[in-house]
Design a protein around this ligand. Structure first.
Ligand code: TZP
Ligand code: MG
Length: 214
């Protein structure tokens, strides 16, 4: 995919696992898609996360929902699961499988990498990533081992260096602060709980889309 196609996908990037939801994750995902999310990442980790066959079954069901609505389905961390499902992409952190290995194994699929400085960004680009995630932009209690909150500093720094690579911001993003992230130079926002725990995921996703305004 071209940089421009990836940037469009990143606009409202919904991430979720079963432990981020109070109701059925399938219902949450369907509503979020109705509200306009542009890509979905299955991130089944942390306390109470499913493993083994139960994880696979949920992933498969969520993937089917994405397929029915032409929303790309990305798997967090778990390269074997991504390959087994023939997912549209994989997202990895700095502690996971190396990006160039993921690229080799999934061919043309989307590869996303979490980065925390310009050096990690340059390495991700070299390794063949399609986009990077930067954060936490705002305080979040969703990821227990998240790095220090960095605001929009890194996003701005990268754009000031005229690096035109697809970037999505993550961490504590809501319809109220999403515009700030995009104005700093991000192509979109990644969100977990603002959508997954919303009384109406559909409404929240629509508000985020409106705030991103692309
Ligand atoms: N990486 C950095 S912050 C974060 C991840 C996975 C959690 C984001 O969750 P929320 O609920 O949108 O703040
Ligand atoms: Mg990871």
């Amino acid at each position: 995919m071209t940089n421009e196609e990836i940037k469009k996908l990143l606009q409202v990037y919904f991430i979720m696992g079963s432990n981020n939801c109070k109701k059925d994750p399938k219902e949450v995902l369907k509503e979020a898609i109705e509200g306009g999310v542009t890509v979905f990442q299955f991130r089944e980790k942390g306390e109470g996360a499913l493993t083994g066959e139960a994880k696979y079954q949920l992933a498969k069901e969520l993937q089917q929902i994405c397929q029915q609505h032409s929303v790309p389905f990305v798997v967090n961390d778990d390269l074997d699961l991504a390959i087994r499902l023939q997912a549209d992409g994989v997202h990895i952190g700095q502690e996971d499988e190396k990006a160039h290995i993921v690229r080799e194994k999934i061919g043309k699929g989307i590869v996303g990498v979490s980065v925390h400085n310009v050096q990690e960004l340059q390495q991700a680009i070299k390794d063949g990533a399609d986009y990077v995630g930067m954060g936490p932009v705002f305080p979040t209690s969703t990821k227990k081992d998240a790095k220090a909150v960095q605001g929009t500093k890194l996003i701005e720094e990268v754009r000031n260096q005229n690096i035109d690579f697809p970037i999505v911001g993550i961490g504590g993003i809501t319809p109220e602060n999403a515009k700030q992230v995009v104005e700093a130079g991000a192509d979109g926002v990644s969100i977990i709980t603002a959508i997954s725990l919303a009384a109406s995921p559909k409404e929240k996703a629509a508000q985020l889309k409106e705030a991103v305004g692309k």
